[in-house]
Design a binder for this molecule. Structure first.
Ligand SMILES: Nc1ncnc2c1ncn2[C@@H]1O[C@H](COP(=O)(O)OP(=O)(O)O)[C@@H](O)[C@H]1O
Ligand SMILES: [Mg+2]
Length: 360
């Protein structure tokens, strides 16, 4: 019996990488205007003038990250005089991490032991030698402390174009006045794609990733329909890849209705992960802490939350705990400890137990 031959013959996905969320497609469809707005903010740097700052917002999966990265790449291809920096604030969410990552991207590597000030001084020196720096801070609402942003705005005023990206349209409203007054960004909202646009975007991926004929026209329409309902292109990529894997395993020559149904049943899990991004920054911070320190009792968790920069009072914090527990994102379990044996251990809730809580 040949256990592997039959599977290989039946590969529907020829280039899986094309279906990953972080893949940068060569052609970005239907976002020319948005890319122009981003490029125009940065452009003055090339001729030594003061650039604009930009606030980019919109729901998840609408191409904000893609467009910004594409603009940075074009900038890099066009000129080496302006330094392109891209930071994902899920990964680097404290000042020291942000500065280290920026330093790395400007080509400054160092052994551990430098202070944040030293690293920042070096960044400023490098910026001053160049025509300027374009800083993109993606998922900016995930940072713990915005001190680094103030320092950049303060020390690199004419030399830095700062682009902030977030799903949270109200982010600027909650920003400290001293930061906002220096930032005064232009705003760019990403709108949802139409059904027709989604069909074309996914159709292009299908053409590049799949064996010809693996995804019928009708199947593509169905997947586009589900994607349009969620407004998130990643749903389409998720369904394409998962349905194709199901088809490969079942020995189907192309994706069948059953293959798609099986992929749709896994979609709930995917959506939970995305729905986390709809929570407030405080709620996200709390969930993040519970995933790192499961099983703390309420008071201990409150301490961690405050240490990490959370500003809610104990009372509001308790209310937030109750809300997250109702949403089954956290679960509160009674222990025999504490006042009248009522201390409760806090764990990730049913909906999150098997989900990795971080960015793609
Ligand atoms: N206009 C587009 N053309 C091609 N692919 C797109 C387009 N818009 C989004 N995508 C793809 O959809 C996925 C989500 O886009 P992303 O930029 O990560 O969204 P956001 O940052 O707004 O959450 C990515 O894989 C991206 O490549
Ligand atoms: Mg993004």
């Amino acid at each position: 019996m040949n256990l592997f031959g039959s599977l290989e013959d039946n590969e529907l996905v020829l280039k899986e990488g094309v279906l990953t969320y972080s893949h940068l497609p060569e052609t970005v469809l239907f976002r020319e205007q948005e890319q122009n707005v981003i490029a125009s903010a940065i452009k003055p740097l090339l001729s030594g003038r003061k650039p604009d700052n930009l606030f980019v917002y919109g729901k998840p999966g609408l191409g904000k990250t893609l467009c910004t990265k594409t603009v940075l790449q074009q900038l890099q291809n066009y000129s080496s005089d302006v330094l392109p920096i891209y930071i994902n604030c899920w990964d680097a969410n404290r000042e020291y991490q942000v500065f280290t990552e920026i330093a790395k991207q400007t080509g400054y590597f160092f052994f551990q032991g430098k202070s944040a000030e030293d690293v920042f001084d070096e960044i400023v020196k490098r910026a001053e030698k160049s025509k300027g720096v374009c800083f993109v801070f993606d998922e900016i609402d995930k940072v713990r402390d915005l001190g680094f942003l103030y320092k950049i705005l303060q020390h690199l005023e004419d030399k830095a174009s700062v682009v902030l990206i977030t799903n949270d349209k109200d982010f600027l409203m909650n920003l400290e006045a001293r930061i906002l007054s220096r930032l005064t960004p232009n705003e760019l909202k990403f709108r949802a794609y139409s059904l027709e646009e989604i069909k074309e975007i996914l159709g292009e991926r299908v053409r590049l990733a799949f064996k010809p004929g693996a995804v019928s026209h009708i199947m593509l329409n169905k997947i586009a329909y589900h994607t349009h309902r969620s407004e998130d292109i990643r749903v389409g990529l998720f369904l394409l890849l998962n349905a194709a894997k199901n088809a490969e395993q079942s020995g189907h020559e192309k994706i069948s209705n059953e293959d798609l149904d099986a992929a749709l049943s896994k979609l709930a899990q995917f959506k939970i992960k995305t729905s986390l991004s709809k929570l407030s920054t405080d709620e996200q911070l709390l969930i993040d802490l519970v995933s790192k320190f499961p099983g703390l009792i309420s008071g201990e968790l409150f301490q961690k939350y405050s240490d990490a920069g959370g500003t809610l009072t104990m009372r509001s914090y308790r209310r937030m705990l109750m809300r997250l527990s109702r949403l089954e994102l956290l679960s509160l379990e009674n222990t025999s400890k504490g006042f009248r044996g009522q201390s409760r251990k806090i764990l990730l809730g049913k909906k999150l137990k098997y989900t990795r809580i971080d960015a793609d």
